[in-house]
Every structure is written in C-alpha cells, then in structure tokens.
Design a protein around this ligand. Structure first.
Ligand SMILES: *[C@@H]1O[C@H](CO)[C@@H](O)[C@H](O)[C@H]1NC(C)=O
Ligand SMILES: *[C@@H]1O[C@H](CO)[C@@H](O)[C@H](O)[C@H]1NC(C)=O
Ligand SMILES: *[C@@H]1O[C@H](CO)[C@@H](O)[C@H](O)[C@H]1NC(C)=O
Ligand SMILES: *[C@@H]1O[C@H](CO)[C@@H](O)[C@H](O)[C@H]1NC(C)=O
Ligand SMILES: *[C@@H]1O[C@H](CO)[C@@H](O)[C@H](O)[C@H]1NC(C)=O
Ligand SMILES: *[C@@H]1O[C@H](CO)[C@@H](O)[C@H](O)[C@H]1NC(C)=O
Length: 648
C-alpha cells in the first residue's frame, strides 16, 4: 500500500528529482521553465554576488549543459555538493537578450558533502566553439547571413530547435551555459571596456586572425560574413580581483570561469583574474605612402577625429578613419571648438597634439583630406551659427604647428540643426587640400545647403561641377537629419582632374547585439543607408555617363561593413573598393580601422572609378590607435587610412 502510494507520487510528479541536464535540455529554452523542481543535486563550482553555479552529473549529449545558475543569497562554499528545490526560470534582463536558464527561490538546501572538485571543460579540447556563424536563423535570412537585409525577421526563442553546437556559435555557448570551463592560452583581441571586460579567443581554431592578434570580420569558409562565434567576452572576476589591462594581441594565463548570458552576450565570468604573459611591443609604423612631386600622384587621408574630423588626405592616397573620443586637434584655449568638446573629452593638450602629430608624422600630410564631424564655430552651443571657418582654420593651424602642410580648406554650411548629430553642433564634411598639389576646378560657385551640384560641361571639352564644392541632392528625403555628401572637382598643376565625394552616412546607433534573440541582429538605420548609397550612386553614374574615364573617389564614414552587400550594391556596380584592388591588395584580415565588441572591422571605405583602379592604387590602414599599448595612449578609437591614386 505504502509502496504503491510512493509509485503514484513518482508517476504524477515528473519534476521530482529532476537533474540539471533535464532542466537544461537540448534546446535554448528549458522545458521546465516556470516549474518547481525538488531534490536537484549538484556541486558548487562558482559563487557570484547574486548566486552560485552548480555542476550536475555529466551526460554524453554535447547539446546539453550540465551547469546551472542558482539565484540565491544562501551561504554555500565552493566544492559543496547540494540537494535543493526551487523554480526553473528563463531570465531575460532586456527584451532582445537570450534568456538565461536559472533556478530561483531555492529552498531545502542541504549540503551533502564538501570540498569536492569538479574539473572544468577544457575548451579547444573537450569542446570547441565553431567558426563562421552564430545562428542557423542568420544563414537562411539571405546571402549576407547575419548582415542580411531585412533583419529582425526571426527570434531564437520562438523555436524549440535542438542546439547545433558544432555549427553555430549561439548554440555552442548555450550548450555550456552555467558550466565551468577553461580557456587555454587566451589571446586578447582588443582593449578592455569601461568595466575591465575584454574579448579573447583561446587555443582553438579561429578565422580572420590578423597580424596583431585580433579577429577581423572576413568571409567564412562558406563565403558568408563571419560573425566570429569563436570569440568570447571575459567579465569581471568573481573573486573581486581586477582584470589586467590588455590590448589586441596580449597573451594571458589560462582563464577558468562559468558561462553566463548577460548584457547581450555569452560571458565567461572568471573565478579570478588572469595574468598577462606578453603584450605586443611594436608601435604602429607610419604610412610608407608619401606625397610625390609627380603631379599625377595624389595622396588622400581619412581620419575621424571624434565629433571633429574625418580626413581624406591629398598626398599619396591615405585613407584614415578614426573615431576619437576626444578632439584630435590641439585647440587653443579660447577656441570655440573647445566648448563643443568639453562634454566628451578630457581637455588634455597631450591628447590633442597626439592627433595632429598622427596626421603629420603617421599620415605624412596627405594631399587631400576627407574630414567628417566638423562642428560649427560655436561648437555645440545651439545659437544658429553654422559657419565652421574658425573650426577649420584652427585645424589647419594645428597641423601647420606640428610641421605639416599648409592646408587650404573647403566646406558647405548646413542649415541650422538639419543634418543630425549634436544639437547646435551642425557637423559637416570638409576637405583640406595642399594648394601646391591641387586646386578646385575654377569657374563654379560654392554650393549652399539646399542647392544640388551637378556634373556639367566646362565649355572646353571637359567636365566640372555646377557648384564646386557642392552637396549631392541635399533635399532628397534620404538625407533627412543626416549629413549631405560633399562633392568637389579638383585639378592638378597640369590640369588633370579628380572628382571626390565625402560621405558620412547615418550611424548604426540603436542596433542590437550580435548575440541577441533577434535574428539577424537589428542593423539600425540600414534602410536609410541603402537610400543614401543609391543617391550617391546616381550622382556617380551621372559623372561616368558624361565622362567614362573620370577619376572619381567616393569615401568616408559609411557606418556599414562592406559585407552588407545589399547596401553597397548600387555603388559597387560602378566603383571598386580600394582594399581589394590595391597593389598589393590589403589581405582581408588586415582590413580594419576599428574594433567594436571584439570584432576588428571596417566601417570607413573608399571607392574609386575604373580609370583610377586601372592606373593602380595603394592603401594602408595606419593602426595608430588600435595598436596603442594601452587605452590611455590612443587618440581615437578609429585608425586612419592613407590612399594613393594616379590621376593621369
Ligand atoms: C523587431 O521585431 C519585433 C518582433 O516583430 C518587433 O516587436 C520590434 O519592434 C522590432 N524591432 C525593430 C527595431 O525593428
Ligand atoms: C520542444 O521539443 C521537444 C522535443 O524535442 C518536445 O518534447 C517539447 O514538447 C517541445 N516543446 C515545445 C514548447 O514545443
Ligand atoms: C582545426 O582545424 C584543423 C585544420 O583545418 C582541423 O583538422 C581540426 O579538426 C580543427 N579542429 C577543430 C576542433 O575543429
Ligand atoms: C567618429 O567617431 C566618434 C567616436 O567613435 C563616433 O561617435 C562618430 O560617429 C564617428 N564619426 C564618423 C563620421 O565616423
Ligand atoms: C568663411 O570663409 C569663406 C571663405 O573661406 C567666406 O566666403 C565666408 O564668408 C566665411 N564665413 C564667415 C561666416 O566668416
Ligand atoms: C541657395 O542658393 C539658391 C540659388 O542661389 C537660393 O535660391 C537659395 O535661397 C540658397 N539657399 C540657402 C539656404 O542659402
């Protein structure tokens, strides 16, 4: 009688004596979510401020995690084997996060034995993260996989698919959620963030490895944009030690910790901070592309100097792109620009001279500079002033003070507060140019905020622009609250012409994390960037239709990866991106100007017409900032680039 009652209880209470493996299952979501489980057993392998991590009995199935986070303030010790009850929960801290399987409201915690040891999973040996893709949902989204447009078309959590940990990164990290793992021989792939966290890969197969030690976004073995699932972020150590300061390429002692989804990514929370074994010691060399006495050869630089400038240099073709958290240019204390920089910079002159010195000593003062993010003369003060004459002459003077070229400059003032960015700042693109090498093609007026420039005959068999410089289709809705492209027609001492378009497309602000629930991840404002590229392509086509042999360079901050091919298609049908056609070509893993959340990548691009491509181009990305020894030494979070083109 007693026995059959016990049998009934067992049969009608499927949650009795559940295992961690059963709770985790082989899908993203636990089948037990919301259910109470009793007599759960496991051994404490890590303790955090909000709970502890249990290791259950190992299982053969690699899809099934046997680790579990218990949200609890109970006092337990590492190595305690426990029996406990509680409720299974799929916790999500923000809407786009993947949920984290947890046991909440634990009760009846019984320590059955102490001082047990659990061997961590040795990543790269026991289990290895895949390369290439994060989610099967990305692969079916389109030919650009996780960069496909449209994005946000499916959710990981909507399905109940079995994990495929050998193929997809999210599945892999989910399959070891809550477990104790070791990253052997970790290599940092960028600087620490503000919380001391940093991204690594360990001793396992990786793709996109660059010469410094980072992982660059490249195409994976199937020809899809690589989402680098083999990298992982190391969080704050659980024992309150402090993570070391790292840079791209720093090697570290092995890291043992638990896998936990938080803040949009799968983290490894280390039991204790690792130590640095070695750090790269070589500083980034300056460009070897320098201005030439040959009037045919033009160098161009591009450097984003935070809310300040993006340079396309005119010398031998330098393309510099640099996101600066502080202004790059040494500003005089009374300069109006300093006001606009007060908010986002520590006004240390050492930082500012670092930037001017980069332009002079690392970019070698290119002949033409594409600048972006030039604020007006009153900085961010919202007072109706739109002229940037003072800002630009301060920049020019700063470069001259550092021994650089005596640049001339041109821009077109926007209408007050119509181009996005900080209110009152009126950021715009501008060109600096070396008047010894280049001049604007004469005969056309400077454009204004609302008049579109057009390709016109110059009356003597050549072509120029109706406004020079002038804005491209500035009243087109594609440019609402965004920067209108600045086009210019240049000529050398010998009369050879070069057309340029300086871009700053709408930024990716509000995008979702790559490891979130939404697939493909939300690529914010991509529809706007697509329209903007189409407008620029129409302009480029109008030039090439009149003058198929025209030398045209379109470049700047595109705020988009070249692997988002649907955005660039109209432009790449007409022009070639310089990295792939340069002599020598820049190897795909060395094409970067920026490191964001572990991924070494390129948002700044330069495209050239067939005439320019046919004469040969050189391009170099100068890693003055991303190769800095530590974050304090960098003048920006973007690296500049230098390009050399021939116009005859
Ligand atoms: C993403 O898709 C979800 C579900 O369709 C929707 O609720 C959400 O608003 C979308 N987000 C964006 C930014 O488009
Ligand atoms: C998920 O799939 C498993 C089998 O793989 C099945 O037992 C379970 O009922 C499914 N759950 C849901 C919510 O569809
Ligand atoms: C790593 O790559 C090598 C060579 O391609 C391959 O033989 C090996 O199986 C890979 N290892 C893992 C764990 O994928
Ligand atoms: C310049 O860099 C800053 C800081 O990273 C960034 O906020 C801004 O969008 C960048 N601008 C351009 C034009 O690249
Ligand atoms: C800015 O400089 C240009 C020429 O360099 C000049 O035409 C214009 O009047 C100046 N604007 C102001 C507000 O000083
Ligand atoms: C731009 O120039 C055109 C033609 O001269 C003029 O009609 C228009 O008012 C100007 N717009 C601005 C904003 O100055």
């Amino acid at each position: 009688m007693l026995l059959s009652l016990a049998l009934v209880v067992i049969l009608t209470s499927p949650a009795l004596s559940t295992t961690i493996a059963e709770i985790q299952g082989h899908a993203f979501q636990s089948l037990y979510a919301g259910e109470k489980v009793t007599h759960l057993t496991g051994t404490v392998v890590a303790i955090s401020k909000s709970g502890f991590y249990l290791a259950g009995h190992p299982v053969k199935d690699e899809r099934v995690s046997t680790g579990l986070f218990v949200r609890s303030s109970a006092s337990v010790s590492l190595g305690d084997s426990l029996s406990l009850s509680g409720t299974v929960s799929e916790y999500r801290s923000s809407r786009n996060d993947l949920s984290s399987t947890e046991l909440i409201s634990p009760s009846s915690i019984l320590v059955t034995s102490s001082a047990n040891t659990i061997a961590p999973i040795l990543l790269g040996q026991d289990r290895s993260p895949p390369q290439g893709q994060l989610s099967a949902l990305d692969v079916v989204a389109g030919p650009d996989a996780w960069l496909s447009v449209p994005n946000n078309v499916s959710q990981v959590d909507a399905g109940n698919e079995s994990l495929k940990p050998q193929t997809y990164g999210l599945d892999f990290w989910e399959s070891i959620e809550g477990m104790l793992v070791t990253v052997p021989s970790p290599v940092a792939i960028g600087f620490n963030d503000n919380y001391g966290e940093f991204w690594v890969h360990g001793a396992w197969n990786v793709t996109g490895k660059n010469s410094r030690g980072g992982l660059t976004m490249v195409l994976d073995l199937d020809g899809l944009p690589d989402a680098n699932p083999e990298m992982v972020i190391i969080g704050r150590p659980l024992d309150d030690t402090t993570n070391p300061t790292v840079a791209m390429g720093t090697t570290l002692t092995d890291i043992t910790g638990v896998v936990h989804f938080q803040y949009g990514y799968f983290y490894i929370l280390p039991l204790t901070a690792p130590s640095v074994i070695s750090s790269p010691t070589s500083a980034a060399p300056p460009t070897t592309i320098s201005s030439s006495f040959d009037s045919c050869i033009i160098t161009i630089g591009d450097y984003n100097v935070t809310q300040c400038l993006h340079f396309l240099y005119r010398y031998l073709g330098i393309l510099l792109s640099c996101f600066l958290p502080v202004p790059l240019i040494p500003l005089k204390p009374e300069s109006p620009l300093t006001q606009s920089q007060v908010e986002n910079m520590a006004p240390t002159s050492s930082h500012m001279s670092a930037v001017a010195s980069h332009i002079v000593s690392h970019l070698l003062s290119p002949d033409l500079l594409f600048l972006q993010e030039i604020q007006d003369d009153s900085g961010s003060t919202n007072n109706g002033i739109v002229s940037a004459n003072t800002t630009l002459s301060n920049i020019v003077n700063a470069i001259m003070d550092m021994g650089g070229v005596a640049y001339a400059w041109v821009d077109v003032d926007p209408l007050n507060n119509m181009d996005g960015g900080e209110k009152g700042g009126n950021i715009r693109q501008a060109y600096l140019y070396n008047p010894d090498k280049l001049d604007l093609v004469p005969g056309s007026p400077t454009g204004n905020a609302t008049e579109a420039t057009a390709v016109v005959s110059d009356g003597s068999g050549g072509y120029t622009l109706s406004y020079n410089p002038g804005r491209i289709d500035p009243t087109n809705a594609a440019w609402k609250d965004s920067r209108k492209p600045l086009a210019a027609a240049w000529q050398t001492r010998n009369g050879d012409r070069l057309f340029s378009v300086n871009l700053q497309l709408t930024a990716k602000l509000d995008s979702s994390t790559t490891e979130g629930n939404t697939r493909p991840p939300i690529n914010a404002w991509v529809a706007e960037r697509m329209e903007q590229v189409a407008v620029v392509a129409t302009f480029s086509q109008s030039l090439l239709a009149s003058s198929p042999d025209a030398s045209l360079i379109v470049g700047g901050d595109c705020n988009e990866y070249i692997y988002t091919t649907s955005v660039f298609a109209p432009l790449t049908a007409l022009l070639s991106e310089v990295d792939s056609i340069a002599t020598p070509p820049v190897p795909p893993e060395e094409r970067y100007t920026y490191v964001y959340n572990g991924v070494t990548e390129q948002l700044d691009h330069m495209f050239v017409s067939a005439a320019v491509a046919g004469r040969g181009v050189s391009v170099q990305h100068i890693h003055v900032n991303n190769w800095a020894m530590n974050i304090a030494e960098r003048a920006s979070d973007h690296d500049p680039s230098v390009l050399e083109v021939k116009v005859c």
